[in-house]
Design a protein around this ligand. Structure first.
Ligand SMILES: [Fe+2]
Ligand SMILES: [Fe+2]
Length: 128
């Protein structure tokens, strides 16, 4: 399972979104034998990622987070990577399990490095 309390940042709305995205990635891994379920899990995961990035970027803008452009660039980069993997899945070139594994590394790294920095900034400047 991807989600664990180690990934909690202390911003409830953001933590809930991270947890939901991770749960869909778990489902994606479990559904590897059923392409229809895997496809649905992938679609939900992408919708939630898109919504979450917008919310997190709004938070960065309203709090005047100094590293917001770099953080936003990493969101775009991560999303593009998964859009490509999704296309490869639809073409039958990668399994949903492979996407889930790749996502696992990316999301853990992103939350613990980038989102954590944002959370510390927001909590330190009481913008929540
Ligand atoms: Fe982020
Ligand atoms: Fe995030």
């Amino acid at each position: 399972m991807i989600w664990s309390s180690d990934l909690t940042l202390g911003i409830h709305h953001i933590d809930r979104q991270h947890e939901r995205i991770c749960r869909f990635a778990d489902l994606l891994q479990l559904a590897s034998r059923d392409r229809t379920v895997a496809r649905l899990a992938l679609d939900f995961m992408f919708d939630h990622m898109a919504e979450h990035f917008v919310d997190e970027e709004d938070l960065m803008n309203t709090s005047n987070y100094p590293a917001r452009l770099e953080h936003q660039r990493l969101h775009i980069q991560g999303f593009d990577r998964f859009v490509q993997l999704r296309a490869q899945f639809l073409a039958g070139k990668v399994s949903s399990e492979q996407i889930a594994e790749s996502f696992h590394g990316w999301v853990e790294d992103h939350i613990l490095r980038e989102d954590k920095k944002l959370a510390i900034f927001i909590q330190g400047s009481s913008h929540v």
